[in-house]
Design a protein around this ligand. Sequence first.
Ligand code: 6PG
Length: 489
Amino acid sequence: MPSTTEPTSRETSAARAQIGVTGLAVMGSNIARNFARHGYTVALHNRSVAKTDALLAEHGGDGDFVRTETIEEFVAALERPRRVLIMVKAGEATDAVIEELAAAMEPGDIIIDGGNALYTDTIRREAAMRERGLNFVGAGISGGEEGALNGPAIMPGGPAESYESLGPLLESVAAKVDGTPCCTHIGPDGSGHFVKMVHNGIEYADMQLIGEAYHLFREALGFDAKQIADVFTQWNSGDLESYLVEITAEVLNQVDATTGRPLVDVIVDAAEQKGTGRWTVKSALDLGVPVTGIAEAVFARALSGSRAQRKAAAGLAAGALADKPTDVEQFTEDIRRALYASKVVAYAQGFDQIAAGSAEYGWNLKPGDLATIWRGGCIIRARFLNRIKDAYDNDPALPSLILDPYFREAIETGIDSWRRVVATAILLGIPVPAFGSSLSYYDALRSERLPAALTQAQRDFFGAHTYERVDAEGKFHTLWSGDRSEIQA
Ligand code: 6PG
């Protein structure tokens, strides 16, 4: 690739790399190798040179790498506008690296943060870099280690101009679906990391729903891991086809070498989290968007991790439990449909949050574009993202994904199963927080009247907070501690 601008004082003849990657842990190394395999010259930098050398020793044959030791050397190895991808652990480390790079770079250069940064940090960093004439791109990258090497989904935010120079590189290393790269310019400043955050929130919901389905098979139908793996394998050739369903089958088929038992049976049932799911819920609370499926998933991980409390509570009364389902085939199909319907709700809620974030920050995000780039490379990639893309192609202003004719029908087809699964789980004492809350969300959304009228009256009673009437304009207040007549507020 030719240099796009005239050489400057700091650009030397050694400046031949089109992209630099700093932070060479597994994700950083793999994405650097991915760039190299696509024919780019990649400058490498890591705080400890040993990692750089290890990468070169093991994978130097992947392409053209430039080994550097100091940040100055690293920056000097890059063509202009310089493009540096930071792949360090999100948090303070990122600020330190950005500062070092910014000091060595020149106006027009581009710093890309490919970590799971909090989008408000990205907004702050982008503004600070813009003041210094630098382009700052917060790019969500999904797909784990394998995706980084063979094609992740990439969600770059930041100045549109920077995408002109950066876009072709990112698109060439991103996953492709039907020839379309799973990478597009998302929008200004923190939008890329915001979208990645919601992606992860949906990932949490998806994983929790799969977990609940698995748990139902074990507890309600008495299946073992192998039997459940077979069900997931079969589901993966239908509407539920997705990366997470596929790996679920693989995980459930894995046998522990030490005990000979299914691996899943010897893993401690306490789920950890790095924080992106929690961020999604915090942001949704601020935006006022009910992402109930994602929230239940985050709380379910927290509950699973409360090991002392769980130990103390084990054996608490379950009450009289119902009999287990006898029609195994029917209940299996019920679970499949409940999973699909709940999954639709989780995505609908995630897309609502994206619309709300877009409005709040003036990002002008296009939900159809996100559905398009999430079809491949990322952890939530799934066959039904094509349907989501179609839904937004047909109506970019769709009020909720569940109102799209295809999804509406999918839910209508599955609704009886969904209710049976949730009701059965409750009667059997099996926790299904995400299935249950998704169904309640759906029921609430389609209800003509909600008990919120009572809430409003109570608020007016104790706090004179006023209410609106169904039959008149304006705000009203009842004189609760007086003669209880109504006045216009
Ligand atoms: C991805 C993943 C990735 C990662 C998360 C999971 O899109 O590639 O979401 O970002 O695996 O860090 O984090 P938890 O530890 O919170 O489950």
